[in-house]
Ligand binder design. Structure first.
Ligand code: ATP
Ligand code: MG
Length: 321
């Protein structure tokens, strides 16, 4: 039995600032605080939906977890191993357990390679195969993502956007990962195809018993997919809650005011709040959301609210919710 309470992924106080340098001496004049102290955990076979406006730091966070960039500080544990302290060899091992599907299958699939080579590269990273064994495994993977065996001899450009995303998913599951990071994996697809890919991901999640970190700027996309929802605002979590609490309709006054605005704005990309999103270069004092919050009071400008447990499994960073 797997202990469900045990976290597969655990982030503590993770920070990543991108310095902006200027002048003759290339001095740091400001920092883009893309990830500004994030605590997060995902259990075995759990899916966490991560939502937030464009530019709030979601991809930066996923790139840190995938070790494509290094954090400035904080700790990350995956499957009981400290990712921040792992050496190259250990990282290669860890990566097999932690795969990713990005938004744009045009850029993530090498156009020079046929599907056979794309899968070969992924599969051979795990172990050596006899040729016939490899073909069987590759065709099996294609079948799992709803593509026929003829796909193996074709190039990425010969497929539609949705089919390309299926190839990216086949590659991602080829190493039997424990967790998939899906960074806006359906955002570039039209609604009908989006639904098909979401259904495929739901099926695979169930079949393969994997955990997911599903990133989207669109709360609706996460609705049927997530056990828990994390809401990110300017580099930090505003709220982490069971999905049912976020999506129950009579609950608007029990969620973070930013989440409330996201829910009310529906599928639109920008939140319909007064004022533009603040910049990561100049994060407001106190509660970072206070400049756009319709419920703000004096204290919100002065004191930053901690991400606090308010009810079973429901964390909110707000003085009044
Ligand atoms: N390598 C980098 N150097 C400097 N700044 C960066 C770098 N990568 C990201 N940023 C900045 O960090 C901030 C967060 O970017 P990030 O891509 O993480 O946002 P996001 O939430 O994924 O947005 P989107 O929804 O548009 O994908 C942005 O202001 C971005 O310009
Ligand atoms: Mg992004």
């Amino acid at each position: 039995m797997i202990d469900m309470s045990e976290n597969l992924l655990q982030l503590k106080e993770v920070k990543k600032y991108f310095p902006i340098k200027k002048g003759l001496f290339y001095k740091t004049v400001a920092n883009v605080k893309a990830v500004d102290g994030v605590d997060l955990s995902i259990g075995q076979r759990q899916t966490l939906g991560l939502v937030g406006e464009s530019g709030c730091g979601k991809t930066t966070l996923s790139r840190i977890i995938l070790r494509l960039i290094k954090e400035d500080s904080g700790s990350i544990y995956f499957n009981g191993r400290n990712l921040c302290a792992a050496n190259k060899k250990e990282l290669r091992q860890i990566r097999k357990g932690l795969q990713v599907v990005f938004q744009d299958p045009f850029n993530s699939l090498d156009p020079k390679f046929r599907v056979r080579e794309i899968l070969k590269e992924a599969l051979y990273a795990l172990e050596k195969y006899e040729t016939s064994e490899f073909e069987d495994r590759a065709v099996g993977l294609l079948d799992q993502v709803g593509l026929g065996r003829d796909a193996i001899d074709r190039f990425p450009y010969e497929f539609s956007g949705g089919e390309r995303q299926r190839i990216a998913i086949a590659r991602a599951i080829s190493t039997n990962p424990k967790m998939l990071i899906l960074d806006e994996a359906v955002s570039s697809l039209d609604v009908l195809i989006q639904k098909q890919i979401l259904d495929l991901l739901l099926k695979l999640k169930d079949e393969l018993q994997i955990s997911c970190l599903f990133i989207s700027h669109n709360l609706n996309v996460l609705k049927n997919f997530s056990d828990r929802i994390a809401v990110m605002y300017l580099g930090k979590m505003a709220e982490v809650a069971p999905a049912l609490r976020i999506f129950s309709e009579d609950n608007l006054k029990n969620v973070h005011p930013y989440t409330e605005a996201l829910i009310l704005s529906g599928v639109r990309r920008k939140v319909s709040l007064k004022g533009e999103p603040e910049s990561l270069l100049n994060i407001p004092s106190g509660c970072r959301f206070h400049t756009r919050c319709p419920y703000r009071k004096d204290v919100c400008r002065k004191r930053e609210p901690a991400l606090e447990l308010k009810k079973n499994g429901h964390f909110i960073a707000c003085h009044f919710r």
